[in-house]
Ligand binder design. Structure first.
Ligand code: ATP
Ligand code: MN
Length: 482
């Protein structure tokens, strides 16, 4: 007989037909009622065991966490809260679970503790929901781009270009650490290394994605990226997944429209397809926030917050306008910011971003046209603006409530001369990036793109406070367990 998943059974009418279910025991009440879950959905199915017909030696082994199979009839449920249940005719124990030793217990356990047993935490209600929602978001992202004629591009994980974020990269080498070959002047001799040159794990697939866009028009990447930044925050991982679309014949406005459409589309997809999981996560969050002071609680319950983002346009304003708002803001005047806003030109800190999003606008915000000096070399230089104190670039960051920056993007500098000059000013090695410059020499065109941090999106949608709880096995300073 073929096994049916619980998600499917719960959608079926009670037909009195024979079914086979397999899963893990969530609870066993009165030696009679098993709550069984197989991870296919948030809900359990109720299995009714007739003690007279099942061997006592077997019922004794029905413990929290045990893997079992049940063959029986699917009938209309007598109990409240479920449409159907299974009356057991035959019971199989696949894997016993000793409650004395099992690290999971049928009670609330802290997220910090569950992180230490990340190999088992999938089995909790919370993490089951998180990983189902994570899947739905990934699927929706592919669907969104595919439906719009984008091509999914796989950019390399190992790269040799040292163009961006130097110092934040993980080296990739096969050189023996205990006996590193040296050149005559004492430098590491990379000609003896695997690639015969220094290599590292990618921090972004953007530069390669641009090459694809300048032939295929619209491409996107969705892959792992690595940053060796020593930031122990609830928003940073050393290994995270990034989505990087790149669009040809497009400017900053097209880029912002794409990002906003995409975020609204994927959040809406989850609202439509993961209602039970979102409800579970919303309840978890409400429970967690009970112990927090009022001002630290979210202004809206999870599902309402997601609806709000889907239904309202994001607020768009320039960096220069944002600085004016921040300069005149209450916390700035009262000296409440750790980094006071003194004038134009400084990078915004997360306290400033949060003020704009959570206090001033109370909705997602897109900040544009940042000072050129604080942004990457490949961002397109703006024409000088009126009342703008210095040169700016066509950059945009999308800021989300509770998260801060979720997307960073820009229109790319497509003019060869302007790009070359910028690279020289910023000490970007032009010989190494000859291939990038080539696209500006041959058939260059206006183009734009952005990077969306996948885990930050999953955090926002699930309401999980720590990024380490939305990826199966988080990597961060001091931790590469599992
Ligand atoms: P932040 O200022 O938050 O560190 P960033 O400016 O370094 O972000 P980008 O280099 O623009 O970010 O990367 C694009 C996106 O990738 C960000 O908007 C964010 O969503 C995500 N991201 C960046 N760094 C991390 C990280 N260490 N862990 C998880 N996501 C990240
Ligand atoms: Mn960063």
């Amino acid at each position: 007989m073929k096994r049916t998943k619980i998600a499917e059974l719960l959608r079926t009418e009670p037909t009195n037909t024979e079914v086979l279910v397999k899963g893990w025991v969530k609870a066993f009440r009165n030696n009679q009622f098993i709550a069984l879950n197989d991870g296919s959905c948030a809900a359990n199915i109720q299995v009714v065991v007739d003690a007279e017909r099942v061997d006592a030696a077997l019922t004794d082994r029905i413990k929290f966490g045990a893997a079992i199979g049940v063959r029986g009839k699917l009938i209309e449920s007598q109990g409240k809260g479920q449409k159907v249940e299974v009356v057991a005719e035959e019971l199989t124990i696949f894997g016993d679970c000793n409650p004395e030793e099992y690290p999971l217990q049928p009670k609330r356990q802290t997220l910090e503790y569950l992180r230490e047993v990340a190999h088992l935490r999938f089995r909790t209600n919370t993490f089951g929901a998180v990983f189902r929602v994570r899947h739905a978001l990934a699927f929706a992202i592919h669907k969104f781009f595919n439906d719009r004629g984008f091509y999914y591009m796989h950019t390399p994980v190992i790269t040799a270009s040292d163009a961006e974020g130097a110092g934040e990269m993980f080296h990739v080498t096969t050189l023996p650490l205990e006996n590193i070959p040296r050149t005559e002047d004492g430098e590491v001799d990379f000609s003896k290394d695997f690639f015969e040159r220094p290599a590292n794990l990618t921090v972004s697939g953007q530069l390669e994605a641009e090459l694809g866009a300048l032939a295929l028009s619209d491409v996107y990447t969705f892959g792992p990226t690595f940053r060796a930044e020593n930031s122990n925050t609830t928003r940073h991982l050393a290994e995270f997944w990034m989505i990087e679309p790149e669009i040809a014949f497009a400017d900053l406005h097209d880029d912002m429209d794409l990002a906003e459409d995409m975020l609204q589309y994927v959040i809406n997809y989850v609202l439509e397809h993961c209602a039970d999981d979102l409800q579970l996560l919303e309840n978890r969050l409400l429970e967690e926030e009970k112990s927090k002071p009022q001002h630290e609680r979210s202004p809206m319950p999870l599902v309402e917050r997601l609806r709000f983002v889907v239904e309202n346009k994001f607020e768009r304003l320039t960096y220069t306008e944002a600085i004016e708002i921040l300069k005149n803001s209450k916390p700035n005047k009262k000296g409440k910011f750790q980094f006071p806003i003194e004038g134009w030109g400084a990078d915004l800190q997360s306290e400033h971003e949060r003020y704009l999003v959570e206090k001033h606008f109370q909705k997602p915000v897109i900040l544009t046209n940042y000072p050129a000096a604080i942004k990457a070399f490949y961002m397109r230089l703006d024409d000088p603006g009126e009342n703008v104190p210095g040169p700016t670039v066509s950059a945009m960051d999308i800021l989300f409530p509770g998260i801060g920056e979720i997307v960073g993007g820009s229109q790319r500098e497509e003019r060869y001369d302007v790009l070359l000059q910028k690279m020289r000013e910023m000490n970007i090695p032009e010989e190494e990036l000859y291939w990038y410059l080539d696209t500006r020499k041959f058939g260059s065109c206006p183009h734009a793109g952005f990077g969306l941090g996948f885990e930050r999106l999953v955090q926002f949608v699930t309401g999980m406070g720590n990024i380490r709880d939305v990826i199966a096995f988080p990597r961060y300073p001091g931790n590469a367990e599992f």
